[in-house]
Design a protein around this ligand. Structure first.
Ligand SMILES: Nc1ncnc2c1ncn2[C@@H]1O[C@H](COP(=O)(O)OP(=O)(O)OP(=O)(O)O)[C@@H](O)[C@H]1O
Ligand SMILES: [Mg+2]
Length: 509
């Protein structure tokens, strides 16, 4: 920050206005020419001044969104400009600490000594200055590292309804990831959940290499938005120090709801579901701040609540298009006690094929094929109407159920080491190829004729349409040649499958 910026708060110290009215939850000041985003202090009767953020203008009035209760504010109170540029103190002393959106420690320990300052609203790195994402970031979660491998600097959404294991999954990632630093933003959580997360899900080991920024649901909307900006700014600080940063934001939906509250208070017109245009302008600005820079990388996981399992909820819809992949947590799997409840067939890491060796990708594709086949026959299987021999992939899924489940499930206390995850996946793919080949050879009438409807597989993967083609695909891959080209080109089998899966993710499983 140059010296002009540093002097600006001092130079504007004398900008003063007066409270003339309240508009909804905002306070309107007359004669107060402060810019949007500036921080002001509103005098109050008999108590300390209250801080507020400039969120808009109406006629000649400046609208201020208070950082706390407006109790005590009266007509004619002075409003004083405190800062035109919002910055945050940062430094290594933040590690292991829990702070609020304004950077104050809220963990009962003394305020950390911090030597540097960063802007809340820093611009994302220029697209041309971003190195390509070409290296995986091990998360320590087997299903993600194996089947949804995430690159250093990638941004993924975790889409889920309430209570299906988001907090536990984020806590596991924070504990087990290979990243140097975690920055965790808890936005709009209930107060009780924060301690649950810190003590149960994150634990002392996870906290030691994390910075946690908290704005609970009872805090004003401006602070809930600011917490997300603070977490991004802290992640940028560590990235610029050359660190690999894992940014976990829970939740992007509550960030959007807070911005909606501010937008409506400032007089913006509501659009779909009451969301204001500024929400959709702010979301890309926020998520673009993650990514790789020449110094380091911020890998971002953003949770998105899909209440009522409505995939077309406007925030979920907008976010899907902004991120490089999505992980869908399924209520159905959680209900069966299958944790992490990741629905692999509905999830996708767009960069995965570019960052892992072809044999890893081939193995992941094979397991996906089997899972997709099983998913499409699940109803028949559950009522006992599926006959063995009907589909070699489903037969394989059934015969290898324990092995596959053992790979996908993970206890919250277990760390999955990346090399072991990949080795296990390759082994599993070999077993699948063997089992599928055996199953196909036992039913020669099914090969090459397309006599059995195996459309279930094609629905999920955009892959082959018939059992014959499926067997061909499986055996081609079993011999180590099928799928490699597709994998390197960054697509799942069949063209447009990424889009297909994106829309598959829209639906609850
Ligand atoms: N890996 C796991 N192993 C065992 N149990 C798990 C696992 N993940 C989640 N659970 C169970 O699921 C419950 C809900 O998980 P969690 O609190 O993470 O959900 P959530 O999606 O964060 O909920 P909310 O939407 O209320 O914040 C946990 O209390 C735990 O019992
Ligand atoms: Mg939670």
């Amino acid at each position: 920050m140059d010296w002009v910026e540093q002097l600006r708060p001092i130079m504007t110290a004398e900008v003063r206005g007066t409270v003339v009215q309240t508009v909804g939850i905002t306070v309107a000041a007359a004669g107060f020419p402060a810019p949007i985003g500036a921080i002001a202090e509103i005098e109050r009767q008999g108590t300390a001044p209250i801080r507020a953020e400039v969120v808009g203008f109406k006629n000649d009035l400046t609208l201020l969104f208070p950082y706390g209760d407006r109790q005590g504010v009266r007509h004619g109170n002075f409003v004083r400009l405190a800062k035109t540029v919002r910055w945050l103190r940062v430094g290594p002393g933040l590690l292991g600490r829990v702070i609020n959106a304004e950077g104050f420690a809220v963990d009962g320990k003394p305020q950390p000594l911090l030597s540097d300052r960063v802007l809340y609203d820093a611009a994302p790195p220029h697209p041309c200055s971003r190195p390509r994402i070409d290296e995986p970031l091990p998360t320590g979660i087997r299903v993600i590292d194996g089947l949804l491998t995430c690159g250093k600097g990638q941004r993924l959404g975790i889409f889920s309804a309430a209570g299906v294991g988001k907090s536990v999954l984020l806590g596991m990632m924070a504990k087990y990831t290979a990243a140097d630093v975690n920055v965790i933003a808890l936005i709009g959580e209930r107060g009780r959940e924060v301690n649950d997360f810190l003590e149960r899900d994150l634990g002392p080991d996870g906290l030691a290499k994390s910075v946690v920024v908290v704005a609970t649901s009872n805090e004003p909307a401006v602070l809930r938005v600011q917490a997300a900006l603070a977490a991004s700014a802290i992640a940028e600080y560590f990235r610029d120090q050359g660190k690999d940063v894992l940014l976990l934001m829970d939740s992007l939906t509550r960030f959007a709801l807070a911005q909606r509250e501010i937008g409506l208070a400032a007089g913006e017109p509501p659009t779909t579901k009451g969301y204001t245009p500024s929400v959709f302008a702010l979301l890309p600005r926020l998520v673009e701040r993650a990514g790789r820079s020449p110094a380091g990388a911020i890998t971002g996981f953003y949770t998105v609540l899909v209440e009522g399992d409505d995939p077309n909820e406007p925030v979920a819809d907008a976010v899907r298009g902004l991120l490089d992949g999505h992980i869908w947590l399924s209520r159905k799997l959680a209900g069966k006690g299958h944790f992490p409840a990741v629905d692999v067939t509905a999830s996708l890491s767009r960069l995965m094929p570019d960052i892992i060796p072809p044999e890893h990708n081939r193995a992941a594709l094979k397991l996906r094929e089997v899972l997709a086949a099983h998913r499409d026959h699940e109803d028949l299987i559950s009522i006992g109407a599926y006959r063995r021999g009907g589909n070699p992939l489903v037969d394989t899924a059934l015969s290898m159920r324990e092995d596959i489940d053992g790979f996908l499930r993970q206890d919250m206390r277990d760390r999955a080491e990346y090399p072991r995850t990949v080795a296990r996946l390759l082994q599993l793919a070999e077993q699948i190829a063997g089992a599928a080949a055996r199953s196909a050879s036992q039913r020669p009438e099914l090969t090459g004729q397309g006599g059995v409807n195996a459309g279930g597989n094609s629905a999920a993967t955009g892959g082959p349409q018939t059992a014959g083609q499926l067997n061909g695909a499986v055996s081609a891959q079993a011999h180590g040649n099928g799928g490699a080209g597709t994998a390197r080109q960054g697509r799942w089998p069949g063209s447009g499958a990424a889009a297909g899966q994106a829309s598959a993710a829209a639906g609850p499983r």
